[in-house]
Design a protein around this ligand. Structure first.
Ligand code: ADP
Ligand code: MG
Length: 465
């Protein structure tokens, strides 16, 4: 009797899941992929009774996001699927995220196959986190992602070589290793060799010294898939580059896949050989740009979710606005904030983020060093005052604000010392600089207008690369 009941309950749950998957299927084409991945995919149907469909979000943030943006569309899709008008209620269920995906997703959660190690000896290890599933897709990296997927699906096919390039911390290594992981899963017979430009160089030089060149070549030219990260390291070392060129050709001519990651385009590589450059350009070149705000937020959400942390939307926005051009730095900021919240045992708030992450202002200017004069000029433009006035001595209120903001920004964004800053500002004492910085720091906490000004100014530097 009890067994019977349980069975029915299970059937019911399965039917509900299947229907829910259909609802999501209806919605999928109408929302951004990242939104779908980051928000909707994490929802689960709990029950349907009367005209209410209750769904669970893995945490508050997602509930808010659904309620803010997706309720009408969800209700409409649910009405179609269930064949009756339905209202959607969202509740937070922390376990929702860790439940296995519903069976109706077309496949049941696959247990990953044991790592049949197809990495060639001498290969660098792969980071377990760098898989396709952990990668957030946005317009800045879509081409690179698609290229990497295509290569993982049919190595040595149409996209050979695949050349990924872009600035630091934008996901090149992640995508490259994701190819390695995926091949391990789907093509366990393929021999994968993953090396950085540096490790290629070291192994080559060692082989030369130890007269083991034959062995080195057997390994490098025997791979089915060669992944070379940070090729720029090789590009100015003549004999290593020559060796790499031969390796490349040997693989290329036998339709074996080559994937290259670089911090600059083939055109900008310091390579002596045009042959090499044109080889690099002959396959698929995909550049990864800095992620837009939405993608940065999606990345933060995904990482926060992985830590089962609830981070208020305003904090996510704040962080995503603060750190523009390097996802590694963004991740670091999140980890730092989570650690702080956990140690201090306080909920995460905007103020806490300000306090803990303020110094990222400095690092987030990784677009390149900004000099004091540029900052002063920009601040002058922003407040509509002259550079000479900022550097001068007059103490009208508007001037003082501009001057102090400029000092604060120079302090945060350059490595200038206090006395140096004083000098740049028309020979002021370093205590004046300290006073200005303290004043602005305090002001940032209570004066939203000031906060906005400082943020906008910061951003204007970051966009100028
Ligand atoms: P690069 O090789 O371009 O310097 P990485 O691949 O090392 O950058 O990426 C830096 C960090 O940012 C890694 O931890 C990576 O997982 C993360 N990351 C980069 N892009 C994304 C993305 N689109 N989604 C999720 N994480 C990302
Ligand atoms: Mg890298």
């Amino acid at each position: 009797m009890v067994e019977q009941l349980e069975l029915n309950l299970e059937d019911e749950a399965a039917a509900l899941n299947a229907a829910w998957e259909q609802v999501l299927g209806e919605l999928r084409p109408h929302v951004k992929a990242a939104t779908f991945e980051a928000v909707l995919k994490g929802l689960r149907a709990l029950s349907q009774a009367g005209d209410v469909l209750r769904i669970a979000a893995p945490h508050m943030l997602m509930k808010q996001m659904v309620e803010r943006s997706h309720l009408p569309a969800l209700a409409e899709a649910a009405t179609v699927v269930f064949g009756r008008p339905l209202r959607i209620e969202v509740v937070v269920d922390k376990n929702a995220a860790s439940r296995p995906a519903p069976a109706s997703q077309g496949k049941t959660e696959e247990t990953p196959p044991p790592p049949t190690d197809n990495l060639v000896t001498g290969s660098l290890p792969l980071n377990a986190r760098y898989v396709f599933d952990e990668f957030v897709i946005g317009s800045s990296n879509r081409l690179a992602y698609a290229g990497a997927m295509a290569v993982a699906e049919s190595p040595g096919g149409d996209y050979n070589p695949l050349f990924l390039y872009g600035g630091v911390g934008l996901g090149k290594t992640h995508l490259m290793q994701a190819i390695g992981h995926e091949l391990r899963r789907t093509h366990p017979g393929k021999k994968v060799l993953y090396l950085s430009g540096e490790s290629f160089t070291v192994q080559y030089v060692t082989a030369l010294q130890q007269r083991r060149m034959e062995e080195f070549r057997r390994r490098t030219r025997g791979a089915d898939v060669l992944l070379i990260d940070d090729i720029q390291f090789i590009a100015d070392k003549e004999s290593t580059e020559e060796e790499f060129f031969h390796t490349f050709n040997s693989l290329y001519q036998t339709d074996r896949q080559i994937v290259i990651a670089s911090d600059r385009s083939p055109r900008d590589l310091h390579t002596s050989s045009d042959r090499m450059r044109s080889r690099f350009e002959s396959g698929l070149m995909a550049d990864i740009k800095g992620p837009d705000l939405e993608t940065r937020m999606a990345i933060l959400q995904k990482k926060a979710l992985a830590e089962s942390a609830a981070i208020p939307t305003d904090v996510l926005v704040y962080m995503a606005e603060l750190i523009h051009s390097n996802i590694r730095v963004l991740e670091g900021a999140l980890i730092k904030l989570l650690a702080y919240a956990s140690i201090s045992n306080q909920p995460i708030t905007r103020e806490m983020a300000d306090q803990v992450l303020g110094h990222y202002f400095r690092q987030s200017s990784d677009a390149g060093p900004v000099d004091a004069e540029t900052i002063i000029r920009k601040v002058g433009d922003y407040y509509g005052v002259q550079v000479a006035q900022i550097k001068g001595k007059r103490r009208d209120k508007a001037l003082v604000t501009a001057r102090q903001v400029a000092m604060h920004l120079v302090r945060e964004m350059t490595s200038a010392s206090l006395p140096e800053i004083g000098r740049v500002f028309g020979g002021k004492d370093h205590t004046t600089v300290i006073h200005a910085c303290t004043k602005i720091k305090a002001g940032l906490k209570e004066d939203p207008q000031l906060g906005l000004a400082v943020r906008e100014l910061m951003e204007s530097f970051q966009q100028e690369e």
